[in-house]
Design a protein around this ligand. Structure first.
Ligand code: FES
Length: 341
């Protein structure tokens, strides 16, 4: 590799490759490529990210307090969170094989930004301490505790490659104290306790099937995290998103979807308007039905796909039943439910 260029890093034994820029640690480069290397402190103290250099030479090594034994050093152990690559290398490193490999964590984060995405959706950005970022898999959720309010489970809308900056989508909902507080009193700098991560709504990296996302309203949040992961691992199969919106509302991040479509030949999306109904629950049910019916009409060979459904809890069973009736094997259906609030 020449000065200022990227290095190629090959994982042993499976041969996956990712690239690292001249200022990227090997850990950061792996996470950006959707590879969930094991780590904890991200600052050279704990040794959790230790990996072995199989071939090539490492570049700069940042200061770390963790000490390797002489025998570890002799066989090439190094810390991925403190090491850069100045040439193409091969490494052996531990990686999360699934949600069971991600420890539960409790982190005190701060609100770094409040971003109005639409009239009734806001993005809350949290920053964790650099030495205590949240390790999670795309699509998972956490519990947020804010200022004495009842704790609330929320899906993480960002991707694990940026584990110190977490994004959440909050819907304006009258009668919900959490939502009302977020829209009226939330301020940057406020402390938020984050516990988790939880949930099995994660991408099947080993699949070779086309993928369909069906997201209702702010159910877009975990879909966004998963789609960003699919793009990071350069998933080769077609990926399609159906985003169903409550009647009369607009998609709040359509520009993101357009950017994904411009950047990737295999990504496409459809925005669908839900139906109006005086009863809120039946309105969600009927709206989701619009999406599911469109999906099964567009994909009559549904059995060859993986489907990720992100919907309010009360409406998930009816959508699930229709998808299974249309030939989707249960093991290819991933469901994330959230409170309608
Ligand atoms: S993650 Fe703790 S030393 Fe690298």
């Amino acid at each position: 590799m020449l000065f200022g260029m990227t290095a190629k890093i090959k994982m042993r034994p499976d041969g996956r490759e990712f690239t690292a820029g001249p200022n990227d640690t090997i850990l950061d480069a792996a996470l950006s490529a959707g590879i969930a290397l094991t780590y904890s402190c991200n600052n050279g103290s704990c040794g959790e990210c230790r990996a072995r250099l199989v071939s090539g030479q490492l570049g700069e090594t940042r200061h770390h307090d963790y000490r390797f034994s002489a025998s570890d050093q002799a066989v090439g152990y190094f810390l991925t969170c403190c090491s850069l690559a100045s040439e193409d290398i091969e490494i052996e490193a531990h990686e999360a094989g699934g949600v069971e490999d991600i420890p539960l964590q409790s982190i005190n984060a701060q609100i770094s930004k409040l971003e109005v995405l639409s009239e009734d959706v806001m993005a809350v950005h949290l920053r964790t301490p650099r030495s205590k970022s949240l390790r999670f898999l795309a699509g998972q959720h956490v519990t947020l505790e804010i200022d004495g309010l009842m704790p609330r489970n929320k899906s993480i809308a960002s991707c694990p490659c940026n584990a110190t900056n977490l994004q959440f989508h909050i819907k304006r909902t009258e009668g919900d104290p959490f939502s009302e507080y977020c829209f009226s009193a939330l301020k940057t700098g406020l402390n938020v306790k984050v516990s988790g991560p939880y949930g099995n709504f994660v991408f099947d990296d080993g699949s070779v099937k086309p993928v369909i996302f069906l997201a209702y309203d702010t159910g877009f949040a975990p879909a966004k995290s998963l789609i960003e992961h699919a793009l990071a691992i350069e998933y080769e199969q077609p990926v399609h998103l159906y985003w169903i919106l409550p009647h009369g509302t607009n998609p709040y991040m359509e520009n993101y979807c357009r950017a994904w479509m411009d950047a990737c030949d295999n990504f496409s999306f459809t925005v669908l308007q839900g139906v109006a109904d005086e009863d809120a629950a039946s309105c969600v049910d009927k709206s989701l039905l619009v999406g599911v019916q469109r999906l099964v009409a567009d994909f009559p060979e549904l059995g060859g796909h993986d489907v990720y459904l992100s919907s309010p809890e009360i409406s998930a069973p009816s959508s699930r039943a229709i998808l299974l009736e249309h030939g989707l094997p249960e093991k290819q259906l991933y469901i994330d439910v959230f409170q309608r609030f």
